[in-house]
Design a protein. Structure first.
Length: 135
């Protein structure tokens, strides 16, 4: 999750009375035991576009409510607070997207596959060079 997005969620969370909160501070919604959490979700679409043509894309929710509600004492939340959170969620960016894509073909497909193979290696080399320079 992008830091500025979490900051905006924290600003909303901080307006909720302490008596309704299950936690003191809103933490990033990361499940540590899930290996897929190592993938930066903001990088998925740009990476997909390297080797695929996107035929369709549809966002489908999972905004601010999916981050804040699990951190509240839901039995204590009244309708006014819930309505306010729903309104915040309607204007929040979506976390979930469905995409329909097909592999690029011909020279475009070849270039995409080459980039998928080369770019991680180049990234790793930059990390190793920086590490070697630092000592």
């Amino acid at each position: 999750m992008k830091p500025e997005l979490l900051d905006s969620h924290r600003r909303v969370f901080d307006t909720i009375p302490n008596s309704l909160r299950a936690v003191d501070k809103l933490e990033p919604p990361i499940q540590i035991d899930d290996l897929s959490e190592a993938i930066r979700s903001s990088e998925i679409e740009p990476q997909l576009r390297i080797g695929f043509d996107i035929l369709g894309k549809q966002d489908y929710g999972g905004g601010i409510l999916s981050v804040i509600l699990p951190n509240l004492r839901l039995e204590a939340v009244d309708d006014d607070v819930l309505q306010r959170l729903i309104e915040e969620d309607r204007s929040a960016p979506s976390y979930y997207t469905l995409m329909l894509a097909t592999p690029k073909r011909g020279i475009r497909g070849l270039i995409g596959r080459a980039r998928y193979w080369l770019e991680p290696k180049a990234k790793r080399m930059r990390v190793e060079v920086r590490r070697a320079i630092r000592g």
